[in-house]
Design a protein around this ligand. Structure first.
Ligand SMILES: Nc1ncnc2c1ncn2[C@@H]1O[C@H](COP(=O)(O)OP(=O)(O)OP(=O)(O)O)[C@@H](O)[C@H]1O
Length: 305
């Protein structure tokens, strides 16, 4: 069953363009995708590609300029509090997403109070077990616990209203590698129990372990979207191929700059395909337009298809 559907989503920001002037900046351009019940969709992209904007729109923290987002067939912006119950969020840094003055117990109880849910104590204890935290933590505040524990508290809070979809925006990026693995395992386990995920990451390696679907975004355009095995084994879009050739390495000293960063800085064109200046397979028409198509169930934005 389709849980979330995004159709032709465009987000335009007005950005400064010289003295007292503003211009349109497209953070997202005509993005369409859908999340089925049980899906773990990972959206991969570099910094500034629009992935967080997409997550924020799903969470109703931003409004689209154009396009539609629906949850089980209903426009999310016309839904009331029941949407916040069904769709929750985990962000990158638990230290800034959790109120440092509140005790863990209060943090976990808050959504239950807002949504007038009874039996709060049992719910809190149950959710602590789900994220494998001990009861002793309830009296602590976010700064008195480790980063990994704090992220588990954030996940517990996201789980407490029994959501159907969790939007997770780089939820492991601020954690140590070993803790990252544990948190990913936890997401995988929650997913296997039926919770769907919209997971934002810049690290395509993270996707390999947990996702069943992967979407690749560049300069606000969803370049490729399909089943994880297919996309990773047989990438069709030149940009997906490029990302896979430049997978980040674990150890900082092994890191090399992305290939194109060694070249001169290329600006992103506003018309046509934003990737064409870097694309080894670019054609003349790519300067003018970008074709969207579906190849064997895979969505592509590329003139090669
Ligand atoms: N409120 C805003 N006003 C103007 N521009 C914005 C605003 N919010 C985001 N942008 C721009 O939109 C683009 C997409 O931002 P977004 O945060 O979605 O990217 P991202 O892929 O999540 O990157 P990162 O991984 O760095 O967070 C960026 O160029 C950003 O500067």
């Amino acid at each position: 069953m389709e849980l979330l559907s995004i159709q032709n989503l465009t987000k335009v920001y007005k950005v400064p363009a010289g003295f007292l002037r503003k211009k349109n900046f497209f953070a997202l351009k005509e993005v369409s995708l859908s999340i089925k019940q049980g899906d773990f969709l990972a959206i991969v992209g570099e910094s500034g590609s629009g992935k967080s904007t997409l997550g924020k729109i799903i969470l109703r923290l931003e409004k689209p300029t154009k396009g539609k987002v629906s949850f089980k067939g209903k426009d999310i912006f016309s839904m009331g509090k029941e949407y916040t119950r069904k769709v929750s969020a985990v962000f990158q840094d638990p230290r800034s997403s959790l109120n440092p003055r509140m005790k863990v117990e209060e943090i976990l109880e808050e959504p239950l109070i807002v949504h007038r849910v009874k039996g709060r104590k049992e719910r809190v204890l149950k959710v602590l077990q789900r994220v494998r935290l001990s009861e002793e933590l309830l009296e602590k505040r976010p700064l008195q616990i480790s980063g990994g524990q704090a992220q588990r508290v954030a996940i517990a809070r996201a789980l407490i209203l029994e959501p159907e979809l969790i939007v997770a925006d780089e939820p492991t990026a601020s954690l140590d590698v070993s803790v990252q693995e544990e948190i990913l395992e936890l997401f995988k386990e929650l997913n296997s129990k039926g919770i769907s995920f919209f997971f934002v990451t810049h690290d395509i390696r993270v996707v390999e372990k947990v996702a069943n679907m992967v979407g690749v975004i560049y300069a606000g355009i969803l370049m490729e979207l399909g089943k994880k095995e297919e996309v990773l084994k047989n990438p069709l879009h030149p940009y997906t191929k490029f990302l896979l050739e430049n997978v980040p390495v674990r150890h900082p000293k092994d890191r090399k700059p992305l290939k194109y960063l060694q070249e001169e800085e290329v600006s992103i064109p506003e018309e046509g395909c934003p990737f064409y200046p870097r694309c080894p397979e670019a054609m003349e028409e790519c300067k003018k337009f970008i074709r969207r198509s579906e190849v064997n169930g895979r969505l592509l934005a590329c003139n090669l298809y």
